[in-house]
Design a protein around this ligand. Structure first.
Ligand SMILES: NC(=O)c1ccc[n+]([C@@H]2O[C@H](COP(=O)([O-])OP(=O)(O)OC[C@H]3O[C@@H](n4cnc5c(N)ncnc54)[C@H](O)[C@@H]3O)[C@@H](O)[C@H]2O)c1
Ligand SMILES: [Fe+2]
Length: 387
């Protein structure tokens, strides 16, 4: 079977990537809309970018209204600013939320209508040039053809996936991630780990996506605990930034599976950050999918060095599942109860969440494909047994 492999047109990585990107950005347009959040403004990250834009004489307007995971009204507002200020290209700087928002604003600016109508829609018209600058090592949005926007009227996290959402230029400077606090570092890092594991075990995986997935799993196992406990370690931050991007490329091509499918309804209904709900679900879901993905999980055990030659493939797969559970425990991920999710509400919503998870489609890519009863049982197990 043949597969098409998608990556951004250009990627610049490493310290001072923003400075280097200016020679390309100069040709992208006359005025940029910078999409970001208030934290990026107060941390000085937006100024680092605008100082460089000033040097090349490129104009810009700043929209810093993405102060939670993006909602449809934030996108509406961004489109108005883009048009009102006469912008002709876009730069998203921040975590996945500003980068996804920037892509969604670009999509609506080119294709019209309201973002609420974009679920499952093919983007007919080419987007203006887009630049992604991540400040978390997590979503990989800088290098994916995906944008996730919550329609708050329907309480649904919409997954937009279209090759036109791939950035023209991704600019990855790990130095931006140094200020991420431990909670954000862990949640976003486990999001990246989940992308890589899901891509590698997906029914849609293929050799090119596998290369990126395995490389990301290795780097994250070696570095996530270090960046959690010693956030100023630049070498480890660099490894995590690269891994997040690799994991993004892997899943953008091979798709995610059950964890992301089950995670989105939890995020939409109980307002738990994307990375955290993935981290909560990863252990439970790995135990579930293991019997369908023994060979793949055994490969990952070899990649992270927990496989021994006397092990059967089954034991190898178990070794990976155990190593992941141990890693998650060491990262002190909050449970649903610790996030103050009300028990009765959670249980009442289980049938709706299971339907929504299946409607998202990604659980269908799992090698042990779940039905609604399986997913409902997993939500119950998640509540009762924790991580
Ligand atoms: N497009 C994709 O391919 C893709 C993949 C996975 C997730 N997502 C989406 O991405 C969003 C989540 O993105 P995220 O996990 O990066 O979080 P985020 O962008 O929501 O940021 C989380 C918090 O961390 C802060 N922050 C970010 N960088 C920081 C830094 N360097 N220093 C200090 N604080 C910093 C932000 O201000 C914010 O308060 C969700 O909406 C999720 O659905 C998208
Ligand atoms: Fe994710």
């Amino acid at each position: 079977m043949a597969n098409l492999f998608f990556v951004p047109q250009n990627i610049i990585t490493g310290e001072n990537a923003v400075q280097m990107s200016m020679q390309y950005i100069q040709a992208f347009g006359k005025k940029a809309l910078i999409v970001t959040d208030d934290a990026m403004v107060s941390l000085g990250n937006v100024k680092k970018l605008t100082d460089e834009l000033d040097k090349i004489g490129t104009e810009y307007a700043v929209y810093s209204g993405i102060n939670s995971e993006p909602t449809h009204s934030m996108i509406d507002e961004g489109v108005e600013i883009y048009k009102g200020k006469g912008c002709d290209f876009l730069i998203g700087i921040g975590g996945g939320s500003p980068m996804d928002s920037m892509k969604a604003i670009a999509a609506v600016a080119a294709n019209g209508g309201s973002i609420k109508e974009y679920r499952g829609k093919k983007l007919e018209k080419q987007l203006p040039n887009t630049v992604t600058i991540p400040t978390t090592a997590g979503t990989g949005s800088e290098a994916t053809k995906v944008s996730i926007i919550t329609n708050t009227d329907a309480n649904v996290k919409m997954l937009l996936s279209d090759p036109r959402l791939m950035a023209t230029l991704a600019v990855v400077d790990p130095v931006f991630t140094l200020t991420a606090p431990p909670g954000v570092t862990v949640a976003t890092g486990v999001d990246a780990l989940t992308h890589a594991i899901e891509a590698y075990t997906s029914l849609k995986a293929f050799p090119m996506s596998d290369i990126f997935a395995v490389s990301a799993v290795k780097k994250i196992f070696s570095n996530i605990y270090e960046v959690y406990t010693n956030g100023s370690n630049v070498a480890s931050r660099r490894e995590m930034a690269t891994a997040a991007q690799e994991a993004g490329i892997a899943f953008s091509n091979a798709s995610v599976t059950i964890v992301h499918g089950m995670s989105r309804p939890i995020g939409a209904l109980f307002h738990i950050a994307h990375g955290l709900s993935n981290a909560q679900l990863l252990g439970v879901c790995l135990k579930y999918l293991k019997s369908g993905a023994v060979a793949q999980l055994c490969d990952l055990a070899k990649a992270i060095g927990v496989y021994r030659p006397d092990m059967t493939p089954e034991e190898g797969a178990d070794a990976f599942v155990t190593a992941t559970a141990d890693l998650l425990r060491s990262l002190n991920i909050k449970t649903l109860q610790e996030c103050k999710v009300p028990e009765a509400d959670f249980f009442n919503q289980i049938p709706k969440m299971a339907e929504e998870a299946l409607a998202i489609g990604s659980p269908g890519n799992t090698r042990r494909t779940p039905n609604k009863d399986d997913i409902m049982a997993l939500y119950k197990e998640l509540w009762q047994e924790g991580l």
